[in-house]
Ligand binder design. Structure first.
Ligand code: ASP
Length: 341
């Protein structure tokens, strides 16, 4: 999916001109390699603030950030709030229940109301793919951050995944990442693919044929070239897919979005696609093991692995705060580093 602004930014890049300042973060397919790298560098610097006893910098004082979550969330919502507050922004959380959305107000009218209060940025999660794009097209003063839209995109999860991999593996160019599970319904998988490809990693998607996003692989999906995305392959056999991988990302089975019959059955799924200790040992020594959470331990990932030393699942959560600080800072100031942070 693209917005007029994203197209303008792409044209400017192609002409060698400085692209207009980014106001929205909708998905990583419109972030250049340099922009992603700059954000990750900034997030590494922001992470230092998390280690301080007083976790506060004045960088976003006077800015107002709204979070509007119309789907459940623990990690993403809390980390956006924490990121904004650590940089001294005022963060106001709105949930679907208790807001005028319950009285039938449309998403756009809710957003226009919030914009009229002079908020600077809206962080939105919606069950509808494309909802943040629609808002970005229709809001002229308030920026929009996509905190997950249906099965489409989750750019800040992808940024935190890239940050986690880069901190352990260094440059991701030439690295091989395996994403296992329900990629079809996973907005995380789609955004990870765009981010990993931008940084030069190759991606193998592994899972039952009914749960693979064929539009990404064969082309024709939103933001996907007609011939599919080069550097992305499919392997249904997890033992083969995992061999020599540098990083393995297990995905949650997204039952809330699956059509009946998409899965062969939970026992069969677990037998063939669970990341087990034996399978994980086939990856490169020291390979990273990740999961976006929330985890179904014992289904997509063996319980014995979920908290094992190679697993970086809590590290991903910590990096999520840092990467969201970096993104909020860039969107609200137009700069990369939190100078006073
Ligand atoms: N928390 C991630 C998301 O919101 C992954 C998941 O729910 O499985 O997409």
């Amino acid at each position: 999916m693209t917005t007029a602004l994203a197209e303008e930014r792409r044209d400017a890049r192609a002409d060698g001109a400085a692209p207009p300042r980014r106001r929205h973060a909708l998905d990583l397919d419109d972030f250049s390699r340099d922009e992603i790298t700059g954000l990750l560098d900034s997030a590494d610097a922001m992470r230092e603030l998390l280690r301080r006893s007083i976790k506060k910098a004045p960088s976003l004082r006077g800015k107002v950030i709204l979070t509007l979550f119309l789907e459940p969330s623990t990690r993403t919502r809390v980390s956006f709030e924490q990121a904004g507050k650590m940089l001294s922004a005022d963060v106001i959380n709105i949930s679907g229940s208790g807001s005028s959305a319950e009285k039938g107000e449309s998403l756009l009218n809710t957003a226009l109301t919030l914009q009229a209060m002079r908020a600077d940025l809206l962080v939105v999660r919606s069950p509808h793919s494309g909802a943040p794009y629609f808002l970005a097209r229709n809001l002229d003063r308030m920026g929009v951050v996509n905190a997950g839209d249906g099965r489409h995109a989750h750019p800040t999860q992808a940024l935190l995944d890239l940050m986690t991999m880069r901190r352990s593996l260094g440059d991701l160019a030439g690295k091989r990442v395996v994403i296992v599970g329900d990629a079809l319904h996973s907005r995380v998988a789609r955004s990870d693919v765009f981010g990993l490809r931008a940084l030069g990693a190759s991606v193998t998607l592994c899972g039952p044929p009914t749960l693979l996003p064929l539009d990404l692989l064969r082309g024709g999906g939103a933001g996907v070239p007609a011939a599919g995305i080069p550097g992305v392959s499919v392997e249904h056999d997890l033992d083969r897919a995992i061999a020599d991988a540098d990083a393995v990302i297990a995905l949650r089975i997204q039952q809330e979005r699956q059509e009946a019959g998409a899965l062969p059955g939970m026992r069969e799924y677990t037998r063939r696609w669970q990341v087990t200790e034996a399978r994980y040992r086939k990856a490169k020594p020291g390979a990273l093991l990740m999961h976006p959470g929330p985890m179904n331990e014992g289904i997509e990932i063996a319980s014995s692995l979920a908290h094992a030393p190679g697993a970086l699942i809590e590290e991903q959560v910590t990096n999520g705060v840092a990467v969201r600080m970096a993104l909020l800072y860039q969107l609200l100031t137009g700069e990369r580093e939190g100078g006073e942070a």
